[in-house]
Design a protein. Structure first.
Length: 148
């Protein structure tokens, strides 16, 4: 069964994607930064669809935590067929009021998260020789600027 990780799948768009993949008979790995109530509620919904899922909790903005968590999962359960890079945060505001910490958090999750999640997964995906799929999502702000 093909395994797909959906980052940021405890709620919102990620949750909808992950539940849809589960309905399509993929083995889905749900993800949240922490084992939050939202993630637990999503997993309860998933149980009503299929038992073919798992979950991981780690901060995509933290390189070492992402690497260790994903490498352990691959060692225990095998390589993934695909990944949907959906996790993101919003700390918008007028630029003069944006703190360095908020700026860094957005960079760590939005840009660092791409590398931190994909890097430990890509070579095992290639070795599967099943084609694999990588999907990334981003903010509309990458296309059209807006206040904040």
């Amino acid at each position: 069964m093909r395994k797909i990780l959906v980052t940021g799948s405890s709620r919102g768009i990620g949750k909808a994607i992950a539940l849809s993949l589960l309905k399509e008979s993929y083995y889905v790995i749900f993800h949240g930064k922490t084992e939050s109530n939202a993630l637990r509620e999503t997993l309860t919904e998933a149980k009503n669809i299929s038992e073919n899922f798992d979950y991981l909790s780690f901060d995509v903005g933290n390189h070492l935590e992402s690497k260790e968590t994903l490498e352990k999962f691959i060692n225990d359960k095998g390589a993934l067929y695909g990944v949907v890079l959906n996790a993101g945060i919003s700390k918008d505001g007028p630029f003069p009021g944006l703190t360095q910490e908020d700026w860094q958090d957005v960079i760590d999750v939005s840009l660092g998260g791409f590398y931190n999640v994909l890097h430990p997964l890509v070579m095992p995906m290639i070795r599967l020789k099943e084609g694999g799929r990588i999907i990334t999502l981003s903010s509309i702000s990458g296309e059209v600027g807006n206040r904040g």
